[in-house]
Design a protein around this ligand. Structure first.
Ligand code: NAP
Length: 312
């Protein structure tokens, strides 16, 4: 028979880890299930400057997450590295079926976060990892002294583009409008960066090449004009990084948990979903501000509400 937990937390990003910390401190028998590395999006984010207290020299997503993971371990949550295959959440005993086994609990906190949206150009799938990337922290090194393009105009695109200027020969942000969405403070830094330039009102229509990506076709959305951008023959390749937002990782819960058309789970302000004993926390939720600080806050609230639910 599967071991019975008080609460199972699915996902070990900032929301899941904060939930694990609070559940552990409340002496709930807690299991955190994570299929990959801890941290979610933050594990692949280079610079963290707006998480309160994260002011250490060289603070990065991975360094912040490492401390969060260590802190959770102190309070005794069990950990398993496993992939959730299906869930049965409706009864009093919630069942989480994973690749390595089935886990059971009285309450569940869904903290599965988001994954990057594809750029949406022709042939994209063929060149992911061969010119196209969604993670500057992971892949910047491959583009040392090469030309790099970044698609997007939000905080992620602009911050990651600035990070990439530390490696690439030059970085160009391709944005579909003529104005950035990124926070003004981030924009100010970007406009001062001499290795960064902008291609406004432009989208990437197509990428191509042989084994690796060697050209792309971009289109001006105002004039309809297209332009073919080739890799410098001496380089043989250029980088194309996509940062155009995220999709919710909620496929497993479709038809069971209420969500919006984008797959963001609907909760009340106490992280309750439509199913008693099932809570959602962090970027997986529909909410106005998806940040580490709000994910951590969600996780804390979800854990305390799970405790209340179990002890009611
Ligand atoms: P975002 O804020 O949703 O911005 C997405 C950007 O991509 C927008 O500029 C958007 O253009 C563009 N875009 C969307 N779909 C596109 C498409 N199909 N083709 C071309 N461009 C497209 O996403 P994000 O920058 O990843 O940020 C996500 C959340 O995390 C935000 O809440 C953000 O504030 C937060 N975040 C915060 C920080 C920080 O505080 N340091 C860092 C990273 C992320 P339009 O502007 O035209 O819509």
């Amino acid at each position: 028979m599967a071991e019975m937990y008080d609460v199972i937390i699915i996902g070990a990003g900032p929301a899941g880890l904060a939930a694990g910390l609070y559940a552990g401190r409340s002496r709930l028998k807690t299991l955190i299930i994570e299929k990959g590395q801890d941290g979610g999006q933050i594990a692949i984010t280079n610079e963290i400057e707006n998480y309160p207290g994260a002011m250490l020299e060289g603070e990065s997503g991975p360094s912040l997450i490492k401390r969060m993971t260590e802190q959770v371990a102190k309070f005794g949550a069990d950990r398993v590295s496993d992939m959730v295959k299906s869930v049965d959440l409706k009864g009093d005993v919630k069942k989480i079926e994973c690749s390595k086994g089935t886990y059971e609990s009285k309450a569940v906190i869904i903290a599965t976060g988001c994954f990057p949206k594809p750029i949406g150009c022709k042939n994209e799938g063929q060149y992911v990892g061969k010119g196209i990337s969604f993670c500057a922290t992971c892949d910047a090194n491959f583009y040392q002294d090469l030309e790099v393009y970044v698609v997007g105009g939000g905080d992620s695109a602009v911050e990651e583009a600035m990070y990439l200027t530390g490696f690439a020969r030059h970085v160009t942000i391709i944005h579909r409008r003529d104005e950035l969405r990124a926070a003004k403070s981030i924009q100010e830094k970007a406009f001062k960066n001499e290795k960064l330039s902008f291609m406004w009102d432009t989208v990437v229509d197509e990428v191509g090449g042989d084994e690796i990506m060697q050209y792309m076709i971009v289109k001006n959305v105002k004039t309809g004009e297209t332009k073919r951008i080739e890799a410098d023959p001496d380089d043989g390749i250029f980088g194309l990084f996509g940062f155009i937002g995220y999709n919710a990782n909620s496929e497993l819960f479709k038809g069971v948990i209420d969500m919006d058309e984008g797959g963001n789970i609907l909760t009340d302000e106490n992280m309750h979903t439509n199913i008693p004993g099932v809570f959602a926390a962090g970027d997986i939720r529909k909410k106005s501000l998806k940040q580490v600080v709000t994910a951590a806050a969600d996780g804390a609230i979800a854990a305390m509400q799970a405790e209340k639910f179990i002890n009611a």
